[in-house]
Write a protein that binds this ligand. Structure first.
Ligand code: SF4
Ligand code: SF4
Length: 123
């Protein structure tokens, strides 16, 4: 009986072709709920540090004084907890993965709030 099951599976696989994609000629289409990477709309961030405190892998560091938010993408396990706890909802889970890196430092990404001084833009 098992031989029939196996033959059926082999025939199905032969008919379907390979499951792998010819990347980069054919790119994978991600679903809307794919957990790719965390992004921060830094202009809305209030640097409360809640995301860093709740992150189970310590992937986020928040600099309150220098208004800098950083994430170590190699530490992030895309659990989405930071997105859920952010009080102003400036964090989001993008459905595309972060680009691959060749050194650990390259996986650390910083977002810094640039506040223009009151003199800037005035006549
Ligand atoms: S929880 Fe949200 S508002 Fe607070 S520091 Fe993190 S990203 Fe910014
Ligand atoms: S998704 Fe999870 S692991 Fe990644 S930064 Fe947010 S809380 Fe940390």
């Amino acid at each position: 009986m098992k031989i029939f099951t196996m033959t059926k599976t082999v025939a199905k696989n032969l008919a379907q072709g390979p499951a792998t994609l010819m990347y980069p000629q054919r790119e994978r289409a991600y679903t809307p709920i794919t957990r790719g990477r965390i992004e921060n709309d830094i202009d809305r961030c209030i640097f409360c540090g809640l995301c860093a405190r709740r992150c189970p892998t310590y992937a986020i560091v928040v600099g309150k004084e220098d208004k800098e938010w950083q994430i170590d993408r190699l530490r992030c396990c895309t659990c989405n907890l930071c997105v859920e706890v952010c009080p102003v909802k400036c964090l989001s889970m993008e459905n595309h993965y972060a680009p691959s890196v060749i050194a650990r430092q390259m996986a650390i990404q910083r977002r810094k709030l640039t506040v223009s001084s009151p003199e800037e833009g005035s006549p």
